[in-house]
Design a protein around this ligand. Structure first.
Ligand SMILES: Nc1nc2c(ncn2[C@@H]2O[C@H](COP(=O)(O)OP(=O)(O)OP(=O)(O)O)[C@@H](O)[C@H]2O)c(=O)[nH]1
Length: 827
């Protein structure tokens, strides 16, 4: 589809964007000193000879071209204030370019191949915006001295250290450095933003020690031997784990070994728990994937369940993770060569899986590159290219008998060897101010001495008070920054962004996780059955209600809030915690009027949503109106009394009833996922969307939600091509205004989809609108849907002014039935 300019009328500049140019056009050069702004983006320029004739140029856009050398002709543009030269292939910039660009304020150099910056870039004294993201930079020293720099982006480079002097510069207001192997300051400090970095450097002593910390995650299916491995490595000798002592949820423990601190995270293998795993599976970790070799059959199904599923998840979530395969139970593999053959089978399958992943990405990229108007797909090509650069590393396969000391020792030294390999883990050593470690130790002391209760829930104010008493030099602000750092490395949990939880810290994360497991578990029906009459009475509930809770849970995956309160209260009062503090119990479990912290957390992590069952369509419900402030439906009006866990649903009956049937004229877009839709993604999207729109009906892989009297459908397709479909019933859209509003709702859904996607680094999306003529399998590709989501009314979309669109088979439809119109085009 051609790229159209959505609001050309407002532009006075020379617009040569997207014209497949290989050289500067004669008509542009003729303009000489008259040209002030020139837009040459999305062309095929390899050089720009003659540009210096445009002496009065103040703004030049050369992004998305094919420049591999920095065009030195630019040095003649003395009036230049804004330069976009991002998304090219530039490897180096020579010295003496920047000193002549005295007026340059804005420089976008992102997505190039720069390994080094010229020393004299700091002579560009008026520079206040600099974007260097997506390059290969290892050093930023030459930026020191840019005294007007306000915004600096250096995401996804090869930076290990940031220059301290850069942060003494008070002009900086925005700094982003995600995706670098940083050790000084560590990434978890940078994630907090500029203030955290400045404080970090202010506290850093000249002789601050390096600390080595590794999060080690034990993953694998149920009964693979994860807990056995984890506990045996921790104790240094074989430990047997009784079957009834299975991991429920996640267990965390800390192990120190010759200068390296390991945090072992043992994830339960049963499917019920996967929905909480995503919260704790984080980047920069070492993954031990346990595979029970004795129950491994050398077939596709067995590989998929025990190995493939986990590798795929990691590829999507942390595509550059480091994985060690550990085959357990070899003592039970009694056939000759059994271990050898199974090991070979798994290794071959893994190799094939990784290769197929790369080939698929490359094929998709080639498709775009070979398209006639490939420059329109620059973003797509770039994003896929970025994905191909991620390499999930499977370092080895080690068969072990977990009951043998020699095997545990062998595994231990292999892990250590791998972790200390600088190439595999470039940022394992981190430089930290002493007080960071001291505060962490002091929290452990407070727990040990009983100054913090055993469950580890402590109010922010009392923790700060205790820490300040021990650390006179640290004020509240500094302490909070350190606590946030400890939260990011997983040592404590502090969900500052959830209003109900901001005042409490969980300094014993395993306690919090054990609370999760009271609700998210494989044997929940048994647990509900065990609720005693006395427990029912304490909540003024009747035995008949208990029966309904069980049937609601089984049939509709919704768990009554009263039942949740009883289960969690029971867990808290059990011997291992023995909590009798009513105030604390209420804080965790909530009351009829107030939601407890546990539910807030489960919702925050998209595990469940508040529910209200069987509501009719409600034309008076809050309706989304574009251009107006969007107010979500007020939960109080709907009095939710239960929590719905969409991932436990097994059919779509209700949804199908409410939606009735598809109509080819429905507004309909398809969001394609490459390589595939991550496990649990659809339900999390549904949770995020339905908490905004009421009423809704949710099924296994479909969901209907209503905005006013209009129905919208979300449907997951997990066949060969995996996509999520978003539809709005055509019969409910009578006027152009209603169509516009429907796109507004779709935009809200897509925004949620897009932000959710950010949690999976290895994902790539494309959006299509299928042709509406029956029997036509063509579609309209939508390239700049992301710009539409971010749009504040000014950017240009490829779906602007044309009244009609024509599919490759010649079918025509009005544009607004296929894509949203740009705001100014519809008025
Ligand atoms: N004989 C033998 N038994 C093992 C070996 N590894 C683990 N086991 C036993 O296998 C059973 C399951 O091991 P776990 O460590 O609980 O398995 P898991 O992967 O943590 O299981 P979930 O908690 O369900 O996710 C336990 O009874 C272990 O003692 C091994 O190498 N040989």
């Amino acid at each position: 589809m051609p790229l159209l300019n959505g609001n050309q009328n407002a532009r006075k500049e020379e617009d040569f964007a997207g014209k497949k140019l290989k050289a500067l056009p004669y008509e542009l050069l003729q303009r000489g000193g008259d040209a002030v702004k020139v837009d040459l983006q999305k062309n095929r320029l390899k050089q720009i000879n003659g540009i210096s004739q445009l002496k009065n140029l103040t703004e030049l856009n050369l992004s998305r071209n094919e420049l591999s050398d920095f065009p030195v002709d630019i040095t003649g543009l003395y009036q230049l204030e804004k330069l976009y030269i991002n998304q090219n292939n530039i490897k180096t910039i020579p010295e003496n370019v920047f000193p002549s660009l005295e007026k340059l304020r804005f420089l976008k150099l992102s997505t190039n191949r720069l390994e080094k910056l010229p020393q004299d870039i700091n002579r560009c004294l008026h520079l206040n915006y600099l974007n260097l993201s997506n390059n290969c930079l290892r050093n930023l020293d030459s930026l020191v001295g840019l005294s007007h720099l306000k915004e600096l982006y250096v995401e996804r480079n090869q930076l290990a250290e940031l220059p301290e002097l850069l942060f003494l510069n008070n002009s900086l207001t925005l700094f982003k450095a995600n995706g670098n192997p940083l050790r000084k300051p560590p990434q978890e400090v940078c994630a907090g933003g500029l203030r955290d970095i400045q404080s970090y450097f202010a506290m850093l002593e000249a002789d601050a020690p390096d600390v080595c910390t590794v999060k080690t995650m034990f993953l694998g299916s149920s009964m693979a031997g994860k807990s056995t491995l984890c506990r045996s490595l921790k104790q240094g000798c074989p430990v047997t784990v009784a079957e009834e002592d299975r991991t429920v949820g996640i267990e965390i423990s800390e192990v120190g070994s010759e200068g390296v601190r390991f945090f072992f995270w043992d994830f339960a293998g049963q499917e019920e728990y996967y929905i909480t795993h995503h919260v704790f599976i984080t980047a920069q970790a070492f993954v031990i994937l346990a595979i029970n070799l004795s129950s491994y059959n050398m077939d596709a199904q067995s590989f998929k369940e025990k190995v493939g599923f986990w590798i795929k998840n990691l590829q999507l979530k942390i595509p550059d993770s480091v994985v060690l395969l550990v085959g357990t139970h070899i003592d039970q593999c009694t056939k000759e060569n059994e271990v050898k053959e199974k090991k070979k089978h798994i290794e071959e399958q893994v190799k094939e899986m990784l290769e197929t992943h790369t080939t698929n990405l490359e094929r998709r990229m080639k498709n775009f590159q070979e398209m006639e108007d490939s420059s329109l797909y620059y973003d797509q090509i770039n994003q896929i290219e970025r994905l191909t650069e991620y390499k999930l590393k499977v370092v080895d396969f080690i068969p072990v008998d977990c009951t043998e000391q020699a095997d545990i020792d062998k595994l231990h030294s292999r892990i250590k060897h791998e972790v200390l390999n600088k190439e595999t883990f470039p940022s394992i050593e981190q430089t930290l101010p002493r007080c960071y470690c001291e505060v962490e130790n002091e929290i452990q002391e407070l727990l040990k001495n009983g100054d913090i209760a055993e469950h580890g829930i402590v109010s922010q104010s009392s923790l700060l008070y205790e820490l300040k008493n021990r650390h006179e030099t640290l004020d509240d602000d500094k302490l909070k920054l350190i606590l946030q750092y400890l939260h990011r490395i997983g040592v404590i949990m502090w969900y500052k962004e959830i209003p109900e939880l901001a005042g409490s810290l969980f300094v014993k994360p395993s306690f919090l996780i054990s609370l999760f497991k009271t609700i998210v578990r494989h044997d929940l029906v048994q647990e509900l059955n065990k609720i005693s009459p006395a427990q029912l009475k304490s909540e003024n509930a009747l035995v008949i209600q208990k029966k309904r809770w069980i049937s609601d849970y089984k049939d509709r995956a919704s768990l009554n809030n009263v039942a949740i309160r009883i289960l969690v209260r029971n867990e808290l009062q059990k011997n291992n915690y023995g909590i009798t503090d009513e105030e604390l119990i209420e804080e965790v479990v909530g009351s009829k009027k107030r939601e407890g912290s546990l539910l807030s957390l489960l919702k925050h992590f998209d595990v469940c949503l508040s529910t209200k069952h069987n509501s009719p369509l409600n034309p008076k419900a809050n309706e989304f109106c574009p251009q107006k402030n969007w107010k979500p439906s007020n939960p109080i009006v709907y009095e939710p009394d239960a929590c719905l866990f969409p991932s436990y649903l097994s059919d779509n009956k209700q949804v199908e009833q409410k939606w009735e049937s598809d109509n080819t004229e429905d507004l309909n877009i398809h969001v394609y996922f490459l390589p595939e839709i991550p496990h649990g993604f659809f339900h999390r999207l549904v949770i995020r969307t339905c908490s905004l729109y009421s009423p809704y009906w949710i099924g296994k892989d479909q969901c209907v939600l209503c905005c006013g009297d209009k129905r919208f459908l979300l449907r997951e397709h997990c066949d060969e091509d995996q996509f999520i479909e978003i539809r709005c019933k055509e019969s409910e859209l009578e006027t152009p205004g209603e169509i516009q509003k429907a796109w507004g709702v779709i935009r809200e859904i897509m925004k949620r989809l897009n932000t959710l996607t950010e949690q999976w680094q290895g994902l790539y999306l494309t959006v299509h609108s299928p042709c509406k003529s029956s029997d036509c399998d063509q579609y309209f590709q939508w390239n700049d849907w992301q710009e539409w989501l971010e749009d504040s009314g000014t950017s240009k979309f490829n779906v602007g002014l044309e009244e009609k669109q024509t599919c490759p088979n010649g079918h025509q439809r009005r544009t607004e039935l296929l894509f949203p119109r740009t705001p100014d085009a519809s008025t």
